[in-house]
Design a protein around this ligand. Structure first.
Ligand code: HEM
Length: 81
């Protein structure tokens, strides 16, 4: 498979609106979740993580600690840090 695209945290931080695209990180992986924002079962709270790390939020909302949630997230992967 092709090598992953590499992004900096600074580049991820620029993507925090639906207009500019909504990117998040989880571990070293980078995701473009723009299309998922309106599908999120937890509503607009998802935007709190826009442009940064999911970890602090997913630590608070353990509902994400399930295989099917990781599968959704992985379907939006665009690269790595
Ligand atoms: C629920 C995905 C980010 C807060 C859910 C569920 C999914 C999901 C699939 C339903 C889980 C289930 O009931 O089986 C995601 C993805 C995220 C994300 C893919 C990021 C890419 C966030 C963030 C927050 C958040 C950043 C909070 C700041 C919640 C809450 C629920 C929820 C509160 C429960 C909603 C309810 O059942 O009433 N999320 N989430 N999520 N999410 Fe997220």
């Amino acid at each position: 498979s092709l090598p992953p695209k590499i992004y900096t945290r600074e580049e991820v931080r620029k993507h925090k609106t639906v207009a500019d695209g909504v990117w998040v990180t989880y571990g070293r992986n980078v995701f473009d979740i723009t299309e998922f924002v309106e599908l999120h079962p937890g509503g607009s709270r998802i935007m709190l993580a826009a442009g940064g790390s999911l970890e602090p939020f997913w630590a608070m909302y353990a509902v994400h600690n399930q295989e099917h949630v990781l599968e959704i997230l992985n379907s939006y992967k665009v690269g790595e840090l």
